[in-house]
Design a protein around this ligand. Structure first.
Ligand SMILES: Cc1cc2nc3c(=O)[nH]c(=O)nc-3n(C[C@H](O)[C@H](O)[C@H](O)COP(=O)(O)OP(=O)(O)OC[C@H]3O[C@@H](n4cnc5c(N)ncnc54)[C@H](O)[C@@H]3O)c2cc1C
Length: 328
């Protein structure tokens, strides 16, 4: 029997989460390059809808692991259900999307299994000996590290959003294998008091033709005024990287990236944004990308159409002045 790759999919009972489809694409590519077979794994209750969606891809099988206690995410139940499945099925590699849920789950699962965990992978390749090497960014995306896992299988790997494209998923027709999880002896130490859906914002950046993205390089909220003036002159919307939103300098609904909005304006001006993959995934399909950054090595310049190495406090007002002159 061929060696196995498992891809554990996050879902909302009706649909597989987009980040997990990207992890599935990574799994298919890894399987094609290493001669392993790839299986999807779904945990939950009443999984027929998501199992049907998963079975539409080219996979060796879709394994559903059902139990009433898996209806909502719970780290104790999810760890127990997965640990027992992995123990008995012995896959070599287990892929997950790098979602908040899996950031919570994976260290616990790795500790329970006493196996290796490599997080936030953006790529992989085979080295000269045929072993897999995983690529993950370090130091705020300034470096990429090659990680070789030394321990026994299974290796747990989380895949960064935006690193693989769900568009590359190969369609197919996979059999569904239903399993029941035995969780009778497992105690949950967590109680969910309330689940609050994220508020839907009023700002719809997905329709904006011009967006000025503001990053941590703006340094303080008072400095946003120069960006507002440029936005006025260009009739643009203002978007933000996550630190700007986390600092409450701009509203959450303006966040662009893997945990914010996905935008594709004709023009995106990135001001003081380094270009972390979680931001790029939300704006890389913009028509023209202008990046303003003091650091000539900032990754944003790798995808920029035009790059301006300079202080945004000088460049942005100069741009506004020029545009106002042009507008008359
Ligand atoms: C699960 C997860 C989800 C995430 N989701 C998102 C998301 O949806 N969106 C998102 O944006 N991030 C997201 N992040 C965070 C992401 O990893 C980065 O930390 C973030 O994008 C960095 O934001 P930044 O570029 O503004 O800040 P930094 O990385 O700190 O970059 C600031 C940049 O400003 C430049 N700079 C400084 N001063 C100036 C100046 N005066 N003029 C010009 N340039 C200057 C610096 O050279 C630097 O390049 C997520 C992270 C995780 C783990």
């Amino acid at each position: 029997m061929a060696d196995k790759i498992y891809v554990v999919l996050d879902h909302n009972q009706e649909k597989i989460r987009p980040a997990s489809l990207e992890a599935l694409a990574a799994g298919q590519q890894m399987a094609a390059q290493t001669g392993r077979e790839v299986h999807a794994v779904l945990l939950g209750r009443d999984l027929s809808a998501v199992a049907q969606q998963a079975s539409g891809f080219q996979l060796a099988s879709v394994i559903t692991v059902e139990n009433e206690k898996l209806a909502e995410y719970d780290p104790d139940y999810f760890t127990a259900a997965l640990a027992s499945r992995l123990d008995s099925d012995q896959p070599q590699i287990v892929l997950f999307a790098h979602t908040y849920q899996n950031i919570d789950l994976l260290p616990k699962l790795a500790a329970a299994l006493r196996k290796a965990l490599v997080t936030e992978c953006v790529g992989f390749r085979k080295d000269d000996s045929g072993s897999l090497v995983f690529v993950r960014p370090m130091f705020r995306n300034k470096l990429n590290a090659d990680v070789r896992v030394q321990s026994d299988f299974p290796w747990l790997i989380s895949v960064q959003g935006g690193a693989f494209s769900a568009d590359s998923l190969v369609q197919g027709s996979a059999p569904v294998v239903s399993q029941k999880a035995d969780l009778d002896s497992v105690q949950s130490r967590r109680r969910t008091v309330e689940t609050v859906p994220a508020a839907k914002g009023k700002v719809d950046l997905s329709r904006a033709e011009i967006i000025i993205g503001v990053g941590r390089g703006i340094r303080k909220p008072e400095n946003l005024q120069i960006v507002r003036e440029l936005a006025d002159a260009l009739r643009a919307e203002i978007g933000a990287s996550r630190p700007v939103v986390d600092n409450d300098w701009l509203e959450r609904e303006r966040q662009i990236g893997s945990s914010g909005q996905t935008v594709n304006p004709k023009l995106y001006i990135a001001c003081g944004i380094s270009g972390a993959i979680q931001h790029l995934v939300g704006m890389k399909n913009s028509g023209c990308i202008v990046a303003i950054n003091t650091d000539s090595n900032a990754p944003i310049f790798n995808i920029a159409t035009f790059g301006i190495v300079g202080d945004l406090m000088e460049v942005v007002p100069a741009l506004t002045k020029k545009i106002r002159e042009q507008n008359g």
